[in-house]
Design a binder for this molecule. Structure first.
Ligand SMILES: Cc1cc2nc3c(=O)[nH]c(=O)nc-3n(C[C@H](O)[C@H](O)[C@H](O)COP(=O)(O)OP(=O)(O)OC[C@H]3O[C@@H](n4cnc5c(N)ncnc54)[C@H](O)[C@@H]3O)c2cc1C
Length: 219
């Protein structure tokens, strides 16, 4: 347990923020989460680390949940404020499927965070594709940078945007190359994760090739 100072809070859209904390030499694995606290409310929630393993800072991508206890608190922090943090933990390990196995990343919303951590860590094999579904264009984090790092498939469900698929990220699955040894890493909303898992299992992938991290449960 420790306290980490806020270096920056960047707003990406009305409800999506990037929180940057001092790292203080904290060691972590790609895919790890930290429990971040709202000390006044004596509560914490897990947030996936979005920074690369070699960076000096800890970065998070946080959706502000209306009426929430912790996320609105985090989205109101100021530079220099201190955040109580529990030691890293996690079982979701993007890209850790072995040297030669191809893999895809599929995220909804802030579920992009562990994939950013992977892609921001140098000298890793690239995913076959990174599919990223959001509600609106302003929810997209690091679009240009992501597109420079991997083959990005963006889906926006609630508005039209030039050159972007209008609809759900699951509608992009049929464009993926058919590869029996593919590993699939899924992060974000439970309904997307269930639907995509079923889609791949129906096409013959073993459940051990499908790796899941649920951030949010549909209401
Ligand atoms: C392993 C893990 C990693 C996570 N990583 C991240 C991350 O990197 N970034 C991130 O933003 N979040 C992440 N989350 C979610 C995060 O932990 C919190 O659950 C989230 O921020 C809400 O916390 P809160 O205290 O603000 O809201 P709470 O006080 O827990 O709930 C607030 C209100 O939101 C409502 N609510 C809950 N879920 C939904 C929903 N899906 N849609 C609409 N309303 C809802 C509740 O009913 C409640 O009224 C992660 C979760 C897990 C389990």
């Amino acid at each position: 347990m420790g306290h980490h100072r806020v270096q920056e809070l960047r707003r990406h859209g009305p409800d999506v923020y990037e929180l940057v904390l001092e790292r203080n030499d904290l060691a972590f694995e790609i895919g790890d989460c930290l429990a971040l606290h709202n000390e006044a409310a004596a509560q914490s929630r897990p947030y996936s680390i979005a920074s690369g393993q070699d960076e000096d800072s800890l970065r998070f991508v946080i959706r502000r949940m209306v009426g929430g206890v912790v996320s609105p608190h985090l989205c109101e922090l100021r530079n220099g404020d201190s955040v109580k943090v529990n030691p890293p933990f996690g079982w979701f390990r993007p890209g850790a499927c072995g040297e030669n196995a191809p893999f895809v990343f599929i995220a909804t919303g802030t579920g992009i965070a562990p994939f950013l951590s992977y892609l921001r860590t140098p000298q890793r094999p690239a995913p076959v594709r990174c599919l990223y579904g959001v509600r609106a264009l302003h929810d997209v984090v690091e679009r240009d940078w992501l597109a420079s790092q991997c083959e990005l498939g963006l889906a926006i469900s609630r508005e039209d945007s030039p050159g972007v698929h209008r609809g759900r990220v699951t509608e992009l699955l049929s464009d993926l190359p058919e590869t029996p040894d593919l590993h699939v890493y899924l992060c974000g909303l439970d309904t997307m994760i269930d639907e995509v898992s079923d889609w791949f299992e129906n096409r013959g992938l073993h459940h051990t090739q499908i790796h899941r991290e649920v951030f949010f449960h549909s209401a």
